[in-house]
Design a protein around this ligand. Structure first.
Ligand SMILES: NC(=O)c1ccc[n+]([C@@H]2O[C@H](COP(=O)([O-])OP(=O)(O)OC[C@H]3O[C@@H](n4cnc5c(N)ncnc54)[C@H](OP(=O)(O)O)[C@@H]3O)[C@@H](O)[C@H]2O)c1
Length: 464
Protein backbone atom coordinates (compact mmCIF):
# COMPACT_ATOMS: atom_id res chain seq x y z
CA UNK A 1 0.00 0.00 0.00
CA UNK A 2 1.29 3.41 -0.94
CA UNK A 3 1.06 5.94 1.84
CA UNK A 4 2.80 8.99 0.55
CA UNK A 5 1.21 11.34 3.02
CA UNK A 6 -1.28 11.37 5.82
CA UNK A 7 -4.43 12.99 4.55
CA UNK A 8 -7.65 13.61 6.39
CA UNK A 9 -8.39 16.67 4.28
CA UNK A 10 -12.01 17.78 4.63
CA UNK A 11 -12.78 14.79 6.84
CA UNK A 12 -14.97 15.02 9.90
CA UNK A 13 -13.96 13.00 12.94
CA UNK A 14 -15.94 12.39 16.10
CA UNK A 15 -13.85 11.70 19.19
CA UNK A 16 -15.16 10.45 22.53
CA UNK A 17 -13.17 10.81 25.74
CA UNK A 18 -11.43 13.97 24.53
CA UNK A 19 -10.86 15.30 28.04
CA UNK A 20 -8.87 12.12 28.75
CA UNK A 21 -5.13 11.59 28.42
CA UNK A 22 -5.00 9.66 25.15
CA UNK A 23 -7.72 11.35 23.09
CA UNK A 24 -6.31 14.78 23.96
CA UNK A 25 -3.01 13.80 22.33
CA UNK A 26 -4.95 12.49 19.32
CA UNK A 27 -6.82 15.81 18.98
CA UNK A 28 -3.59 17.78 19.27
CA UNK A 29 -1.88 15.71 16.60
CA UNK A 30 -4.76 15.80 14.13
CA UNK A 31 -5.08 19.58 14.44
CA UNK A 32 -1.31 20.01 14.13
CA UNK A 33 -0.62 17.75 11.16
CA UNK A 34 -4.02 18.06 9.46
CA UNK A 35 -5.23 21.63 9.98
CA UNK A 36 -7.27 21.22 6.79
CA UNK A 37 -9.54 18.70 8.43
CA UNK A 38 -13.18 19.69 8.07
CA UNK A 39 -14.38 19.29 11.64
CA UNK A 40 -13.77 17.57 14.93
CA UNK A 41 -16.79 16.75 17.07
CA UNK A 42 -15.56 16.23 20.61
CA UNK A 43 -18.00 14.50 22.94
CA UNK A 44 -17.55 15.86 26.44
CA UNK A 45 -19.59 15.02 29.52
CA UNK A 46 -21.43 18.17 30.50
CA UNK A 47 -24.88 19.33 31.56
CA UNK A 48 -25.19 21.59 28.50
CA UNK A 49 -23.24 22.77 25.42
CA UNK A 50 -21.95 25.85 27.26
CA UNK A 51 -20.35 23.74 30.00
CA UNK A 52 -19.00 21.35 27.34
CA UNK A 53 -17.32 24.29 25.62
CA UNK A 54 -15.85 25.48 28.90
CA UNK A 55 -14.45 22.01 29.61
CA UNK A 56 -13.03 21.93 26.09
CA UNK A 57 -11.05 25.08 26.71
CA UNK A 58 -9.94 24.43 30.26
CA UNK A 59 -9.26 20.68 30.08
CA UNK A 60 -8.09 20.27 26.49
CA UNK A 61 -6.89 23.36 24.67
CA UNK A 62 -5.78 25.13 27.85
CA UNK A 63 -3.19 22.42 28.50
CA UNK A 64 0.54 22.78 27.86
CA UNK A 65 0.14 19.94 25.35
CA UNK A 66 -1.13 22.54 22.86
CA UNK A 67 1.78 24.98 23.30
CA UNK A 68 3.21 24.35 19.81
CA UNK A 69 -0.13 25.08 18.20
CA UNK A 70 -0.63 28.18 20.31
CA UNK A 71 2.76 29.46 19.20
CA UNK A 72 1.99 28.65 15.57
CA UNK A 73 -1.48 30.24 15.46
CA UNK A 74 -0.82 32.96 18.01
CA UNK A 75 -3.93 35.16 18.43
CA UNK A 76 -5.68 33.24 15.62
CA UNK A 77 -5.71 30.03 17.67
CA UNK A 78 -9.21 30.54 19.09
CA UNK A 79 -10.62 31.40 15.62
CA UNK A 80 -8.98 28.26 14.21
CA UNK A 81 -10.53 26.20 17.01
CA UNK A 82 -13.97 27.71 16.59
CA UNK A 83 -13.86 26.87 12.86
CA UNK A 84 -12.70 23.30 13.35
CA UNK A 85 -13.95 22.05 16.69
CA UNK A 86 -17.48 21.48 17.98
CA UNK A 87 -18.02 20.65 21.64
CA UNK A 88 -20.82 18.13 22.03
CA UNK A 89 -22.30 17.72 25.50
CA UNK A 90 -22.76 13.98 25.61
CA UNK A 91 -22.49 10.80 27.57
CA UNK A 92 -21.56 7.54 25.86
CA UNK A 93 -23.65 5.50 28.26
CA UNK A 94 -26.76 7.01 26.64
CA UNK A 95 -28.40 6.38 23.26
CA UNK A 96 -27.17 9.04 20.80
CA UNK A 97 -24.94 10.27 23.64
CA UNK A 98 -28.08 11.72 25.25
CA UNK A 99 -28.06 14.64 22.76
CA UNK A 100 -31.46 16.31 22.64
CA UNK A 101 -30.70 18.79 19.85
CA UNK A 102 -32.11 17.00 16.76
CA UNK A 103 -30.50 19.46 14.35
CA UNK A 104 -27.08 18.75 15.83
CA UNK A 105 -27.66 14.99 15.64
CA UNK A 106 -28.70 15.23 11.98
CA UNK A 107 -25.64 17.31 11.15
CA UNK A 108 -23.40 14.82 12.88
CA UNK A 109 -25.01 11.82 11.18
CA UNK A 110 -24.58 13.46 7.78
CA UNK A 111 -21.05 14.74 8.24
CA UNK A 112 -19.03 12.22 10.24
CA UNK A 113 -16.49 10.15 8.29
CA UNK A 114 -14.51 8.64 11.16
CA UNK A 115 -15.26 7.85 14.80
CA UNK A 116 -12.57 7.38 17.42
CA UNK A 117 -14.09 5.95 20.59
CA UNK A 118 -11.68 6.48 23.45
CA UNK A 119 -14.05 7.26 26.34
CA UNK A 120 -13.93 4.78 29.16
CA UNK A 121 -13.74 4.48 32.86
CA UNK A 122 -10.14 3.38 33.36
CA UNK A 123 -10.42 2.69 37.09
CA UNK A 124 -9.50 -0.98 37.37
CA UNK A 125 -11.89 -1.65 40.26
CA UNK A 126 -14.72 0.64 39.12
CA UNK A 127 -18.29 0.04 40.32
CA UNK A 128 -19.71 -2.71 38.13
CA UNK A 129 -22.78 -0.67 37.14
CA UNK A 130 -20.62 2.32 36.12
CA UNK A 131 -18.08 0.22 34.21
CA UNK A 132 -20.83 -1.71 32.43
CA UNK A 133 -22.64 1.52 31.44
CA UNK A 134 -19.46 3.25 30.24
CA UNK A 135 -17.23 0.55 28.82
CA UNK A 136 -19.74 -2.01 27.57
CA UNK A 137 -23.00 -0.18 26.89
CA UNK A 138 -20.90 2.84 25.82
CA UNK A 139 -19.24 0.78 23.07
CA UNK A 140 -22.67 -0.52 21.99
CA UNK A 141 -24.08 3.04 21.80
CA UNK A 142 -21.09 4.31 19.81
CA UNK A 143 -21.41 1.44 17.33
CA UNK A 144 -25.15 2.10 16.97
CA UNK A 145 -24.44 5.77 16.31
CA UNK A 146 -21.70 4.90 13.80
CA UNK A 147 -24.08 2.67 11.87
CA UNK A 148 -26.51 5.56 11.49
CA UNK A 149 -23.82 7.88 10.03
CA UNK A 150 -24.45 8.03 6.29
CA UNK A 151 -20.83 8.43 5.19
CA UNK A 152 -18.95 6.63 7.91
CA UNK A 153 -15.66 5.13 6.73
CA UNK A 154 -14.36 3.55 9.89
CA UNK A 155 -14.87 3.23 13.63
CA UNK A 156 -11.81 2.93 15.82
CA UNK A 157 -12.46 1.49 19.25
CA UNK A 158 -9.68 1.97 21.79
CA UNK A 159 -9.55 -1.14 23.92
CA UNK A 160 -6.72 -2.45 26.08
CA UNK A 161 -4.17 -5.21 25.54
CA UNK A 162 -5.05 -6.77 28.88
CA UNK A 163 -8.49 -7.94 27.72
CA UNK A 164 -6.95 -11.20 26.52
CA UNK A 165 -5.78 -12.64 29.81
CA UNK A 166 -2.38 -14.24 30.13
CA UNK A 167 -0.55 -16.49 27.65
CA UNK A 168 3.06 -16.82 26.61
CA UNK A 169 2.42 -15.03 23.32
CA UNK A 170 -0.86 -13.15 23.17
CA UNK A 171 -2.17 -12.92 19.62
CA UNK A 172 -4.11 -10.04 18.09
CA UNK A 173 -7.31 -12.08 18.12
CA UNK A 174 -10.83 -10.88 18.75
CA UNK A 175 -13.55 -12.28 20.97
CA UNK A 176 -16.65 -14.00 19.81
CA UNK A 177 -19.90 -13.24 21.55
CA UNK A 178 -20.26 -15.08 24.83
CA UNK A 179 -16.58 -15.99 25.11
CA UNK A 180 -14.98 -15.99 28.54
CA UNK A 181 -11.41 -16.51 29.65
CA UNK A 182 -12.62 -19.61 31.48
CA UNK A 183 -13.84 -21.93 28.77
CA UNK A 184 -16.32 -23.72 28.69
CA UNK A 185 -18.12 -21.03 30.69
CA UNK A 186 -20.44 -18.84 28.62
CA UNK A 187 -20.82 -15.11 29.12
CA UNK A 188 -24.27 -13.58 28.74
CA UNK A 189 -23.98 -9.78 28.71
CA UNK A 190 -27.75 -9.34 29.20
CA UNK A 191 -27.61 -11.58 32.23
CA UNK A 192 -24.72 -9.48 33.62
CA UNK A 193 -26.85 -6.35 33.15
CA UNK A 194 -29.76 -8.04 34.89
CA UNK A 195 -27.54 -9.07 37.80
CA UNK A 196 -26.44 -5.46 38.18
CA UNK A 197 -30.04 -4.22 38.19
CA UNK A 198 -31.05 -6.83 40.75
CA UNK A 199 -28.12 -5.99 43.00
CA UNK A 200 -28.90 -2.28 42.84
CA UNK A 201 -32.61 -2.84 43.62
CA UNK A 202 -31.65 -5.08 46.52
CA UNK A 203 -29.38 -2.37 47.94
CA UNK A 204 -32.03 0.29 47.44
CA UNK A 205 -34.58 -1.86 49.25
CA UNK A 206 -32.18 -2.13 52.18
CA UNK A 207 -31.87 1.66 52.24
CA UNK A 208 -28.07 1.58 52.35
CA UNK A 209 -26.10 4.78 51.80
CA UNK A 210 -24.28 5.68 48.57
CA UNK A 211 -20.86 4.96 50.01
CA UNK A 212 -21.86 1.41 50.89
CA UNK A 213 -23.47 0.95 47.46
CA UNK A 214 -20.21 2.06 45.81
CA UNK A 215 -18.16 -0.34 47.85
CA UNK A 216 -20.54 -3.28 47.24
CA UNK A 217 -20.83 -2.56 43.50
CA UNK A 218 -17.02 -2.37 43.22
CA UNK A 219 -16.68 -5.72 44.90
CA UNK A 220 -19.47 -7.15 42.75
CA UNK A 221 -17.61 -6.16 39.57
CA UNK A 222 -14.45 -7.86 40.79
CA UNK A 223 -16.38 -11.01 41.69
CA UNK A 224 -18.04 -11.20 38.24
CA UNK A 225 -14.74 -10.44 36.46
CA UNK A 226 -12.92 -13.17 38.39
CA UNK A 227 -15.79 -15.58 37.83
CA UNK A 228 -15.33 -15.25 34.06
CA UNK A 229 -11.53 -15.23 34.20
CA UNK A 230 -10.62 -11.52 33.96
CA UNK A 231 -8.41 -9.94 36.58
CA UNK A 232 -10.54 -6.83 37.12
CA UNK A 233 -13.80 -5.06 36.27
CA UNK A 234 -12.11 -2.71 33.81
CA UNK A 235 -10.69 -5.39 31.48
CA UNK A 236 -13.86 -7.46 31.85
CA UNK A 237 -16.17 -4.62 30.78
CA UNK A 238 -13.77 -3.51 27.99
CA UNK A 239 -13.81 -7.11 26.68
CA UNK A 240 -17.61 -7.10 26.62
CA UNK A 241 -17.39 -3.79 24.71
CA UNK A 242 -15.14 -5.48 22.14
CA UNK A 243 -17.58 -8.39 21.81
CA UNK A 244 -20.51 -6.08 21.17
CA UNK A 245 -18.84 -3.85 18.57
CA UNK A 246 -17.45 -6.86 16.72
CA UNK A 247 -20.79 -8.61 16.75
CA UNK A 248 -22.73 -5.55 15.57
CA UNK A 249 -20.37 -4.16 12.93
CA UNK A 250 -21.91 -5.71 9.81
CA UNK A 251 -20.16 -4.05 6.86
CA UNK A 252 -18.75 -1.19 8.88
CA UNK A 253 -14.94 -1.22 8.94
CA UNK A 254 -13.84 -1.57 12.55
CA UNK A 255 -10.41 -1.08 14.05
CA UNK A 256 -9.73 -2.23 17.59
CA UNK A 257 -6.53 -0.84 19.04
CA UNK A 258 -5.23 -2.44 22.20
CA UNK A 259 -2.52 -0.32 23.82
CA UNK A 260 -0.64 -1.77 26.79
CA UNK A 261 0.29 0.64 29.63
CA UNK A 262 0.56 4.18 28.34
CA UNK A 263 3.19 6.53 29.66
CA UNK A 264 4.43 10.02 28.71
CA UNK A 265 5.06 11.13 25.14
CA UNK A 266 8.31 10.01 23.54
CA UNK A 267 8.72 12.90 21.15
CA UNK A 268 5.53 14.58 19.92
CA UNK A 269 4.26 17.22 20.28
CA UNK A 270 7.23 17.38 22.65
CA UNK A 271 8.90 14.75 24.85
CA UNK A 272 7.59 13.93 28.30
CA UNK A 273 4.02 15.22 28.33
CA UNK A 274 1.82 13.29 30.69
CA UNK A 275 -1.29 13.88 32.68
CA UNK A 276 -2.12 12.39 36.06
CA UNK A 277 -0.53 9.39 37.72
CA UNK A 278 -1.48 6.19 35.99
CA UNK A 279 -0.47 2.52 36.28
CA UNK A 280 3.25 2.08 37.04
CA UNK A 281 3.72 5.83 37.41
CA UNK A 282 2.26 5.42 40.89
CA UNK A 283 5.43 3.50 41.85
CA UNK A 284 7.75 6.12 40.34
CA UNK A 285 5.94 9.02 41.98
CA UNK A 286 5.84 7.42 45.43
CA UNK A 287 9.55 6.55 45.19
CA UNK A 288 10.45 10.07 44.09
CA UNK A 289 8.41 11.44 47.01
CA UNK A 290 10.37 9.23 49.38
CA UNK A 291 7.28 7.27 50.38
CA UNK A 292 8.05 3.88 48.86
CA UNK A 293 11.23 1.87 48.39
CA UNK A 294 9.67 -1.44 47.43
CA UNK A 295 6.52 -2.64 45.73
CA UNK A 296 4.87 -5.81 44.56
CA UNK A 297 6.22 -7.23 41.29
CA UNK A 298 8.63 -9.81 39.99
CA UNK A 299 11.97 -8.36 38.80
CA UNK A 300 11.89 -10.81 35.88
CA UNK A 301 8.52 -9.53 34.65
CA UNK A 302 8.59 -7.87 31.26
CA UNK A 303 6.49 -4.79 31.80
CA UNK A 304 4.81 -3.51 28.66
CA UNK A 305 4.97 0.29 28.66
CA UNK A 306 4.28 2.39 25.58
CA UNK A 307 4.67 6.15 25.12
CA UNK A 308 1.24 7.62 24.38
CA UNK A 309 2.33 9.42 21.19
CA UNK A 310 3.32 6.05 19.67
CA UNK A 311 -0.20 4.82 20.42
CA UNK A 312 -1.65 7.85 18.66
CA UNK A 313 0.65 7.40 15.67
CA UNK A 314 -0.41 3.76 15.34
CA UNK A 315 -4.07 4.78 15.53
CA UNK A 316 -3.68 7.40 12.82
CA UNK A 317 -1.78 5.09 10.47
CA UNK A 318 -4.33 2.32 11.10
CA UNK A 319 -7.15 4.73 10.18
CA UNK A 320 -5.33 5.69 7.04
CA UNK A 321 -4.53 2.13 5.98
CA UNK A 322 -8.15 1.11 6.50
CA UNK A 323 -9.55 4.06 4.61
CA UNK A 324 -7.20 3.27 1.71
CA UNK A 325 -7.97 -0.44 1.66
CA UNK A 326 -11.75 -0.07 1.37
CA UNK A 327 -12.03 -3.29 3.32
CA UNK A 328 -14.84 -3.97 5.74
CA UNK A 329 -12.70 -6.41 7.72
CA UNK A 330 -11.98 -5.60 11.31
CA UNK A 331 -8.47 -5.76 12.64
CA UNK A 332 -6.98 -5.74 16.09
CA UNK A 333 -3.72 -3.95 16.83
CA UNK A 334 -1.61 -4.58 19.91
CA UNK A 335 0.33 -1.42 20.60
CA UNK A 336 3.13 -2.15 23.02
CA UNK A 337 6.80 -2.88 23.42
CA UNK A 338 7.08 -6.33 25.05
CA UNK A 339 7.86 -8.08 21.76
CA UNK A 340 9.90 -5.47 19.90
CA UNK A 341 11.81 -3.81 22.71
CA UNK A 342 11.18 -5.51 26.05
CA UNK A 343 12.09 -3.99 29.38
CA UNK A 344 12.05 -5.89 32.67
CA UNK A 345 11.15 -4.63 36.13
CA UNK A 346 14.76 -5.34 37.15
CA UNK A 347 15.93 -2.81 34.49
CA UNK A 348 13.38 -0.32 35.75
CA UNK A 349 14.68 -0.69 39.33
CA UNK A 350 18.19 0.10 38.11
CA UNK A 351 17.07 3.10 36.08
CA UNK A 352 15.03 4.48 39.00
CA UNK A 353 18.10 4.25 41.21
CA UNK A 354 20.29 5.93 38.59
CA UNK A 355 17.77 8.76 38.29
CA UNK A 356 17.66 9.29 42.02
CA UNK A 357 21.44 9.42 42.14
CA UNK A 358 21.47 11.89 39.26
CA UNK A 359 18.80 14.16 40.78
CA UNK A 360 19.85 14.50 44.42
CA UNK A 361 17.39 17.38 44.98
CA UNK A 362 14.60 14.81 44.97
CA UNK A 363 16.09 13.26 48.11
CA UNK A 364 15.25 16.29 50.14
CA UNK A 365 11.86 16.96 48.63
CA UNK A 366 10.26 13.76 49.96
CA UNK A 367 7.93 14.01 52.88
CA UNK A 368 9.66 11.26 54.79
CA UNK A 369 13.05 12.92 54.70
CA UNK A 370 16.25 12.01 53.00
CA UNK A 371 16.55 8.25 52.55
CA UNK A 372 17.28 6.73 49.28
CA UNK A 373 17.71 3.07 49.04
CA UNK A 374 17.64 1.30 45.74
CA UNK A 375 14.05 0.54 44.79
CA UNK A 376 13.08 -3.15 44.58
CA UNK A 377 10.17 -5.03 43.07
CA UNK A 378 9.36 -7.86 45.41
CA UNK A 379 6.99 -10.73 44.50
CA UNK A 380 5.82 -11.18 48.09
CA UNK A 381 5.60 -7.48 48.95
CA UNK A 382 3.09 -6.68 51.68
CA UNK A 383 5.01 -4.04 53.62
CA UNK A 384 2.30 -1.49 53.86
CA UNK A 385 3.80 -0.31 57.16
CA UNK A 386 6.14 1.83 55.01
CA UNK A 387 3.12 4.05 54.43
CA UNK A 388 1.54 6.30 57.04
CA UNK A 389 -1.34 4.60 58.89
CA UNK A 390 -4.05 6.63 57.15
CA UNK A 391 -2.83 5.60 53.69
CA UNK A 392 -2.29 1.88 54.29
CA UNK A 393 -5.70 0.64 53.21
CA UNK A 394 -5.35 2.58 49.94
CA UNK A 395 -1.94 1.02 49.37
CA UNK A 396 -3.30 -2.46 50.06
CA UNK A 397 -6.01 -1.88 47.47
CA UNK A 398 -3.42 -0.66 44.95
CA UNK A 399 -1.20 -3.68 45.58
CA UNK A 400 -4.11 -6.02 44.89
CA UNK A 401 -5.08 -4.13 41.74
CA UNK A 402 -1.57 -3.95 40.27
CA UNK A 403 -0.33 -7.38 41.32
CA UNK A 404 -1.54 -9.14 38.12
CA UNK A 405 0.14 -6.48 35.93
CA UNK A 406 3.44 -6.62 37.79
CA UNK A 407 3.57 -10.42 37.65
CA UNK A 408 2.25 -10.63 34.09
CA UNK A 409 4.20 -13.16 32.08
CA UNK A 410 2.65 -12.67 28.62
CA UNK A 411 4.19 -10.99 25.60
CA UNK A 412 1.94 -9.13 23.16
CA UNK A 413 2.35 -10.24 19.58
CA UNK A 414 2.01 -7.26 17.24
CA UNK A 415 1.99 -8.64 13.69
CA UNK A 416 -0.81 -6.33 12.60
CA UNK A 417 0.90 -3.26 14.03
CA UNK A 418 4.10 -4.40 12.34
CA UNK A 419 2.19 -4.20 9.01
CA UNK A 420 1.43 -0.56 9.80
CA UNK A 421 5.13 0.07 10.39
CA UNK A 422 5.92 -1.61 7.07
CA UNK A 423 3.26 0.48 5.29
CA UNK A 424 5.13 3.69 6.14
CA UNK A 425 8.67 2.33 6.03
CA UNK A 426 10.90 4.42 3.82
CA UNK A 427 8.25 7.14 3.38
CA UNK A 428 10.50 9.73 4.99
CA UNK A 429 8.01 12.45 5.89
CA UNK A 430 5.38 10.03 7.21
CA UNK A 431 7.87 7.84 9.08
CA UNK A 432 9.34 10.91 10.78
CA UNK A 433 5.99 12.39 11.76
CA UNK A 434 4.43 9.12 12.87
CA UNK A 435 7.03 7.12 14.72
CA UNK A 436 5.42 3.89 15.85
CA UNK A 437 8.50 1.76 16.19
CA UNK A 438 9.09 0.59 19.78
CA UNK A 439 12.65 -0.33 18.81
CA UNK A 440 13.41 3.38 18.57
CA UNK A 441 13.02 3.73 22.35
CA UNK A 442 16.26 3.80 24.28
CA UNK A 443 14.68 2.88 27.61
CA UNK A 444 17.33 4.29 29.90
CA UNK A 445 17.53 7.56 28.02
CA UNK A 446 13.75 7.85 27.68
CA UNK A 447 12.99 7.11 31.33
CA UNK A 448 15.83 9.23 32.77
CA UNK A 449 15.62 12.20 30.44
CA UNK A 450 12.03 12.23 29.24
CA UNK A 451 9.47 10.29 31.25
CA UNK A 452 10.67 10.83 34.83
CA UNK A 453 11.26 14.59 34.35
CA UNK A 454 7.87 14.82 32.57
CA UNK A 455 6.14 13.00 35.39
CA UNK A 456 7.69 15.33 37.95
CA UNK A 457 6.88 18.42 35.92
CA UNK A 458 3.32 17.66 34.81
CA UNK A 459 1.96 15.23 37.38
CA UNK A 460 3.88 15.73 40.62
CA UNK A 461 5.20 19.19 41.01
CA UNK A 462 1.96 21.02 41.77
CA UNK A 463 1.56 18.81 44.83
CA UNK A 464 5.16 18.89 46.02
N1 LIG B 1 -4.22 4.78 30.21
C1 LIG B 1 -3.74 3.64 29.78
O1 LIG B 1 -2.62 3.23 30.13
C2 LIG B 1 -4.53 2.81 28.79
C3 LIG B 1 -3.97 1.62 28.33
C4 LIG B 1 -4.66 0.86 27.40
C5 LIG B 1 -5.88 1.29 26.92
N2 LIG B 1 -6.42 2.44 27.39
C6 LIG B 1 -7.71 2.88 26.82
O2 LIG B 1 -7.47 4.12 26.20
C7 LIG B 1 -8.63 4.93 26.29
C8 LIG B 1 -8.25 6.27 26.85
O3 LIG B 1 -7.65 6.10 28.11
P1 LIG B 1 -7.15 7.34 28.95
O4 LIG B 1 -6.01 6.91 29.76
O5 LIG B 1 -7.06 8.52 28.05
O6 LIG B 1 -8.41 7.53 29.91
P2 LIG B 1 -8.76 8.76 30.84
O7 LIG B 1 -7.67 9.75 30.91
O8 LIG B 1 -9.26 8.14 32.11
O9 LIG B 1 -9.98 9.43 30.08
C9 LIG B 1 -11.22 8.82 29.95
C10 LIG B 1 -12.12 9.72 29.16
O10 LIG B 1 -13.39 9.07 28.99
C11 LIG B 1 -14.39 10.02 29.34
N3 LIG B 1 -15.61 9.36 29.83
C12 LIG B 1 -15.73 8.51 30.86
N4 LIG B 1 -17.02 8.14 30.98
C13 LIG B 1 -17.70 8.77 29.99
C14 LIG B 1 -19.07 8.79 29.61
N5 LIG B 1 -19.99 8.07 30.24
N6 LIG B 1 -19.43 9.56 28.55
C15 LIG B 1 -18.49 10.30 27.87
N7 LIG B 1 -17.19 10.32 28.21
C16 LIG B 1 -16.81 9.56 29.26
C17 LIG B 1 -13.76 10.86 30.43
O11 LIG B 1 -14.51 12.04 30.58
P3 LIG B 1 -14.54 12.89 31.93
O12 LIG B 1 -13.42 13.87 31.79
O13 LIG B 1 -15.87 13.50 31.92
O14 LIG B 1 -14.34 11.94 33.07
C18 LIG B 1 -12.38 11.07 29.81
O15 LIG B 1 -12.45 12.04 28.82
C19 LIG B 1 -9.63 4.16 27.12
O16 LIG B 1 -10.56 3.56 26.27
C20 LIG B 1 -8.81 3.13 27.84
O17 LIG B 1 -9.54 1.95 28.09
C21 LIG B 1 -5.77 3.23 28.31
Amino acid sequence: MDISDVQFTRKTILVTGATGFLAKIFVEKILRVQPNIKRLYLVVRASNPHVALQRLHSEIFGKKLFKIQKEKWSEKFSTFLSEKVVAVAGDVSLHNFGIKDQILIEEMLEEIDIIVHSAATTRLDERYDVAMATNTVGAYNVMNFAKMCSRIEVLLYVSTAYVSGEAELILEEGFHMGQTLKSPLKLDINLEKKLIEEKLSELKAQNVNERTITSIMKEFGTIRAHFHGWSNTYTFTKSMGEMLVTNMKGNLPLIITRPTMMIGTHSQPFPGWIEGVRTIDFVFVEYFKGALTSFVGHPKTTIDLIPADMVINSMIIALLVHSKSNSSNSLIYHIGTSLGNPIKLSDIQDIMHCYMTKEPWLKNSGKSGAFYEKFTFNPSYTEVHEFPQNKRSRLKRIINIYRPYLHFSGIFDDKNTEKLRMAIKGVGSVERKFNLDPKSIDWKDYLMNVHFPGLIKYSMQPKM
